[in-house]
Structure formats: structure tokens, C-alpha cells
Design a binder for this molecule. Structure first.
Ligand code: SF4
Length: 404
């Protein structure tokens, strides 16, 4: 099977679609995506601060709770056509395939699962040996996102990853025989990493003809093993400027090879973008299930964000009643989200629209001039776009434009 199978072109992102662009897309039988947060990992990687537990003996109980929460969402799902299902975490590939398949059967009995919809799983290479990929495919998964992080032994060991460089490459190649779309996560800016080493990782991914890549710059998060080792002076992370050079190298190399840089960290060959992630960035509705999962729902034109408690025990005790945050968005909040998310996917921010919503009286022409002088933005046909360098400052620029 060809490693690059087109699943349709990346949707054209309208440059003229002004805020508020949100139609009642979730009402009246519309599309929704579903995210399931699977909060289990075998061990915690040195840099990771995600919500997760290492008690794998709770997995069965978690899936019983997930079924309860899913059934409670039946009235909402009943009117929906599902665009994408995304199992994230954590490490969803730790879960026996029969549990994943059981949940898909349940959800498909509650909502419309159109043929060709995206069903994606985040996976670590060490979980995909034997018949697992074949079984996942048989269960309906057509996209897999591999937590490779690096193809180099030294980097994998510095990150505390459990797989070997050889396994990472073997699984990257094998996955392309089983799934329509394969994505690989890579991290740059690991302690001791040089630009040359990073080029080696990019080259390995390109040689493996991976159709989708997510490139992250390592950040030292509070309360992680990495933070403690950096604080003790045992390791040093590359300087910000060196890390930025690695990121810019990725943009240049990948775009030169035909990848579309469709989000700050994401690159896709035509048709291989993540439908679930793009839906979130385009402010389309999604339902989040599981502890700490977030939802964005639209009812009769009213937009809501909601979040579950980040506690597995609380979730197991009351899976359908552990919402800790439920907020209707004001016009100002919708505006701020629109600006931040539009810049992330570089869809072009209409300058006239920014002026219309400039309630704080910001001197926008001066801001545009400052950002242009730094080489961060360009203004084309009345819309603002980030440059490659500007992606490094996307949140800073968005914050300045809304004075957040
Ligand atoms: S596998 Fe992913 S989620 Fe799990 S600890 Fe490592 S980085 Fe965090």
C-alpha cells in the first residue's frame, strides 16, 4: 500500500469569513467531533505534565465509566453526525483493542458514524507489536498518531521514552500499511541537542514518507523530572534562539518537501491533516469525554465551553456528573478565541474585522507596523498572516491584538 493515501484535500480556509463565523453547526443534525481522554501511561516521561495515572488496573473500570458518560450524552449525540473520533491521552494504545472497539460500537449506536469519518488513536510505538495494528484497523481506526518524539537513541533516553529508535522506525513504516493516515510527533530542543541532530530526525521522518508530522519545541514544565534536573544543573536545554532555529529548520525542510504548515506545530501532505484537531482550531463543536476532557458545544447559536474534573477517582465515581467548568461564551470571549485560533492556523485575520472589534481603542496600524518590522506578519489583501518566524510568536501577537 502506498504510504501516502489522499483522504481528501485540506479544506480551503476562507480568508474572508469574519467573526462570528460559528453557525449552528451542532444543531439540527449537524457535525460534531468526539474526543476521549484516556489518562493512562506506563510511566511518566521526564518532560510530561499531562493529567495521567500509571495504575493500569483501572483501565476496565475507566471504560465502564466512559460508557456511562457516553450514554448520558445520548440526547446530544442522537441529533449529530460524527465528523471525527479522537482517542488521546495519556496513552490510548495501552488499552486492549476490544475495549476501544466496544466504545466505538456504543457510540455508533447513538450517533451517525458516516463512512470515511476519521477515527484516530494516539499510540506509542512499544504498544503496536504483534497483531495490534491489524486489530485496530479491523475495529475501524483509520488514523494513528505515533508518539515517536525522536529516531535517535540519545534523545529518546534524555526524554525518558520507553521505545528504541529502531522500534520507532519499524513501527512508523509498518503503520503506513495499516492506516490511511499516519502522523508522527517529533520534539526538538532536547537537552544537548544540536541542529545537526535535529536535522537527522527530520530526515528520518522524511525518508519514512510520513504524511503528517507534529513538531514540538521541548518546554520545561513545572514539577517535572526535567525541571528538577535542569534546576540541579545536571542537564541544559538549548538556548531559546537555538530552539527557534530548529523549529524554523523544520518549517523550511518540510514545506520544501510539499508539506502544508497548517498549524503552529502541524504539517500535512495534502489530505492528511487531522480532522479532529482542525475542527477544534476552527471552533467547530466537539464533545470531550473522560477526566479533564474539554468540550465546545453550540446550542441554538449559543456557544459553550465545558470541562470535566481532572481526577480519575472522581470520574469513576460519577462519570456523567463531574463537570467542573461550564461557561457560555460572551461576544468578547468569542472574539478573543477567534483571533488566537485564526492565528494558530494562519487562516488570515481580516484587518477590517479587527478594527471593528477594537473596543479598547488599540493603535492597530502601529501594532501591524511593529510586527511587520520584526518580520512576524504580512498583510495581504486586507488580511494579516504570520510569517514562518511569526509562528514562534503567534500567542504573543494574538494577545497584543486583543490586549489579552
Ligand atoms: S507517553 Fe505521552 S502522555 Fe504519557 S507520560 Fe509520556 S509524554 Fe506524557
Amino acid at each position: 500500500m502506498s504510504p501516502i493515501i489522499s483522504t481528501g484535500p485540506l479544506p480551503a480556509i476562507s480568508l474572508s469569513e469574519p467573526f462570528p463565523a460559528q453557525k449552528n453547526r451542532q444543531d439540527a443534525g449537524q457535525e460534531i467531533s468526539i474526543y476521549i481522554h484516556v489518562p493512562f501511561c506506563r510511566s511518566r516521561c521526564s518532560y510530561c505534565d499531562f493529567f495521567l495515572v500509571t495504575r493500569l488496573d483501572y483501565i476496565e473500570a475507566f471504560f465502564r465509566a466512559l460508557a456511562i458518560e457516553t450514554l448520558a450524552a445520548a440526547p446530544l449525540l442522537k441529533s449529530c453526525r460524527v465528523k471525527a473520533v479522537h482517542f488521546g491521552g495519556g496513552t490510548p494504545s495501552l488499552v486492549p483493542v476490544r475495549l476501544l472497539a466496544g466504545w466505538l460500537d456504543l457510540a455508533a449506536s447513538l450517533a451517525v458514524f458516516p463512512s470515511g469519518m476519521e477515527i484516530a488513536l494516539e499510540a506509542n510505538p512499544e504498544d503496536l507489536g504483534g497483531r495490534v495494528m491489524e486489530d485496530l484497523r479491523a475495529a475501524g481506526f483509520n488514523r494513528i498518531s505515533l508518539g515517536v518524539q525522536s529516531y535517535r537513541p540519545r534523545k529518546l533516553s534524555a526524554l525518558g521514552r520507553r521505545h528504541s529508535a529502531e522500534d520507532a522506525l519499524t513501527i512508523t513504516l509498518a503503520a503506513q500499511q495499516w492506516f490511511d493516515s499516519v502522523s508522527v510527533d517529533l520534539i526538538c530542543g532536547v537537552p544537548g541537542e544540536t541542529l545537526e541532530e535535529w536535522r537527522g530526525d527530520l530526515q528520518a521522518a522524511l525518508a519514512a514518507t510520513v504524511p503528517h508530522l507534529s513538531v514540538y519545541m521541548l518546554s520545561v514544565e513545572p514539577k517535572t523530572v526535567l525541571e528538577r534536573t535542569v534546576a540541579k544543573g545536571l542537564v541544559t536545554v538549548p538556548e531559546e534562539g537555538d530552539q527557534a532555529s530548529m523549529y524554523l529548520e523544520a518549517i523550511e525542510r518540510l514545506c520544501a518537501q510539499g508539506y502544508r504548515h497548517y498549524e503552529v506545530s502541524n504539517f500535512a501532505v495534502s489530505g492528511h491533516h487531522s480532522r479532529y484537531n482542525l475542527a477544534c482550531w476552527m471552533r467547530e463543536p466537539y464533545l470531550g469525554l473522560g477526566p479533564s476532557a474539554h468540550s465546545f458545544l453550540v446550542r441554538e447559536g449559543v456557544e459553550m465551553r465545558r470541562a470535566n474534573a481532572g481526577s480519575l477517582l472522581r470520574y469513576l465515581a460519577d462519570p456523567a456528573g463531574c463537570t467542573v467548568f461550564n461557561e457560555t461564551l460572551s461576544d468578547q470571549e468569542r472574539f478573543v478565541e477567534h483571533v488566537f485560533l485564526s492565528l494558530r492556523i494562519n487562516r488570515g485575520l481580516d484587518v477590517g474585522f479587527l478594527g471593528k472589534h477594537n473596543k479598547l481603542g488599540l493603535n492597530l496600524p502601529e501594532l501591524f507596523a511593529q510586527f511587520s518590522a520584526k518580520g512576524w506578519i504580512s498583510i495581504e489583501n486586507g488580511s494579516l498572516y504570520l510569517t514562518a518566524k511569526g509562528f514562534l510568536f503567534a500567542d504573543h501577537i494574538a494577545g497584543a491584538l486583543v490586549s489579552a
